[in-house]
Write a protein that binds this ligand. Sequence first.
Ligand code: HEC
Ligand code: HEC
Ligand code: HEC
Ligand code: HEC
Ligand code: HEC
Ligand code: HEC
Ligand code: HEC
Ligand code: HEC
Length: 435
Amino acid sequence: MCVLFVILCVPSLAIAQASYVGSAKCVSCHKAISETWKDTLHNKSQQALSPANDTVVVDWQGVVKLKAGKIPEATVKLHKDDKGTYHATLVDTKDTSRSVTYTIARTYGGWGWKQRYHVIIGNNHYILPIQWNQAALRWVPYNLQNWYNEDGSLKALSVKNSFEMKCAACHNTGLELKKVNDGYESKYLELNTGCEKCHGPGSLHVKSPKAKGKIVNPRKLAYERGLEVCGQCHNRGVSVPNGTFEFPWNDKDNKPYKLGEALSNYYQFKPGVWEDAASHSKHHHQQWIDLQKSKHFKAKITCYDCHSAHGGPGRFQLTKADFNNNLCLSCHGKDKRFSSPAAIRNHTKHNYAPETTGQGRCSGCHMVKTASSAEAGDIHSHDFKIIKPSVSLGMFKKDPQNVLPNSCSGCHKDWVKDQAGYELAASIFDVFFGK
Ligand code: HEC
Ligand code: HEC
Ligand code: HEC
Ligand code: HEC
Ligand code: HEC
Ligand code: HEC
Ligand code: HEC
Ligand code: HEC
């Protein structure tokens, strides 16, 4: 009878479902971690805009003119009212007597690169077609085609282009989606990447912190499951089985990805890659796809061996600095080929000055910035593979506008100017490193 009792007992325990409580609850007991996490881009990228939390980084007034593709130049008027609320008016280019005014609900970014603006239409969020580039101090169009027809008239927005359907699971914590007529609406607990996005819902752990198994520690999961904690967002593809969303989700049962389960149950690959043989990433957030092509994956190196999950002082949350090779040499330095500057000189055929000229910096050759220049050009390939100049040369000959950067082009700008440059680089590479 005892056996029967146990069997009856176990399911009732499993039924006790944890729910999301929010990062604020975790802070009280995990102070040190919270201190660094709060300053990460994981936590602060999106901000709910209000007079008390005024995160707009640009002087919000005047008229913005935008041009993209075949759409005639569009006009957007900016206005901040007496109460401190921000508005944007999109003017119909075909019939200038028509316009629609939106109130800005939240900002995305503004931490040095660029800022975008969300507005609410119905129960969904949409991203305005204006983007402020902080470095260049200018407005640029962002998906103008979602808002304007090619004749310049304003377009009825498709819910398929809403933040909820295209972006939310990678940019919110505790997301739930509700099916409505022609799309989905969302509810979430936190606007950004909160503790529970990487640790799972925490209500049971908060109740009994010492009890085992109530909260996920990615490090204690099987290697691949732990990697997928980061992979759920640093990835590109569509939901399973119908491809309704551009993020991991079970779109048949309308269920979010659950930490510890195989991500492939929620996600089908649809990476954005170059047409070279090794299919290097062309767009951002694909580090997880890249890493799986590297020997680092076979050696069970995880994202959080190189990046501090909770942030810290370093650039890109790195555990050790990259510019001086400290990160790479913390593991590879034991290898004879990299155990001294002389050995590294031999490997790289360059002087050794990673901190100053960049010569001999491992990531310079092994983590090429492969994003197309139209996108953020600062996305490092995470397959750690050398890209030979001959690969770029082949692509240049076919289409000079569509060329994969290579392991030498990041520093040797002369070699990407024209075909002669690519040819020189290819021949020098062969002399240095063999074909
Ligand atoms: C009441 C205090 C308290 C709160 C609130 C709390 N924790 Fe904890 N947490 C602890 C203690 C104590 C431990 C260490 C338990 C042990 O070592 O047995 C712990 C351990 C952990 C671990 C490591 C578990 C492991 O198996 O290695 C994680 C991850 C964690 N907490 C995350 C969270 C998150 C996320 C939240 C918010 C949802 C949270 N904690 C809220 C007290 C708390
Ligand atoms: C981006 C994902 C991510 C977020 C967000 C995150 N963590 Fe973690 N956390 C991890 C990973 C990965 C580990 C394992 C780190 C390791 O072993 O190197 C971890 C480990 C922990 C641990 C146990 C080991 C330790 O370092 O003490 C605690 C406790 C913890 N996290 C609490 C929190 C709390 C509290 C928050 C929010 C303030 C938070 N985490 C936010 C990914 C995350
Ligand atoms: C909820 C989805 C999500 C998860 C889970 C997630 N990330 Fe991120 N990560 C993001 C987003 C979004 C950004 C970019 C924020 C921005 O630039 O506004 C980002 C940025 C980063 C950055 C760049 C930080 C910088 O300073 O430029 C690193 C490094 C990073 N993530 C590593 C990790 C690691 C490691 C894990 C797993 C422990 C992880 N992420 C889990 C969504 C996620
Ligand atoms: C599959 C997950 C995923 C989806 C879907 C996704 N993002 Fe992201 N996003 C990320 C990650 C991860 C980063 C961090 C950059 C990186 O890892 O390369 C990021 C970075 C960003 C950034 C900061 C970098 C930049 O380009 O300025 C913005 C803004 C952004 N996302 C907006 C969006 C919007 C808007 C959508 C929907 C149209 C969206 N994202 C869909 C995962 C995702
Ligand atoms: C072997 C070390 C290593 C591993 C493993 C690693 N990264 Fe990185 N990552 C780096 C370095 C180095 C940079 C570039 C930093 C710089 O230029 O200063 C970087 C940059 C980034 C950035 C900033 C944007 C970009 O692409 O340049 C993000 C986001 C990121 N990594 C996420 C991840 C995720 C997610 C994983 C796991 C799938 C991961 N990384 C695994 C070393 C690593
Ligand atoms: C946490 C330890 C660790 C760190 C940090 C690390 N590596 Fe590795 N790396 C390994 C291991 C283990 C292997 C697999 C065994 C081998 O080939 O030596 C490996 C393999 C490689 C390979 C062979 C790759 C292939 O996929 O064909 C390259 C190249 C490489 N690492 C470059 C780097 C660079 C560049 C950095 C710094 C950005 C770095 N590694 C940081 C542990 C590490
Ligand atoms: C000037 C460019 C350059 C720099 C800088 C560079 N490497 Fe390499 N590395 C190469 C080339 C070329 C190969 C051969 C790759 C191939 O055949 O695909 C290679 C191969 C490797 C391999 C794989 C060897 C194998 O067993 O297959 C490792 C590991 C490696 N490098 C680590 C490093 C480390 C660590 C650093 C920094 C100390 C570094 N590299 C700096 C160009 C470079
Ligand atoms: C991180 C930056 C960086 C990368 C990546 C890099 N180099 Fe260099 N390289 C340099 C610097 C700096 C010099 C010194 C230039 C000088 O003295 O004027 C140099 C010098 C050279 C020279 C000597 C001739 C000259 O132009 O001054 C050759 C040849 C060379 N590199 C080949 C390569 C090849 C082939 C690759 C790709 C495998 C490569 N480099 C990748 C930074 C880099």
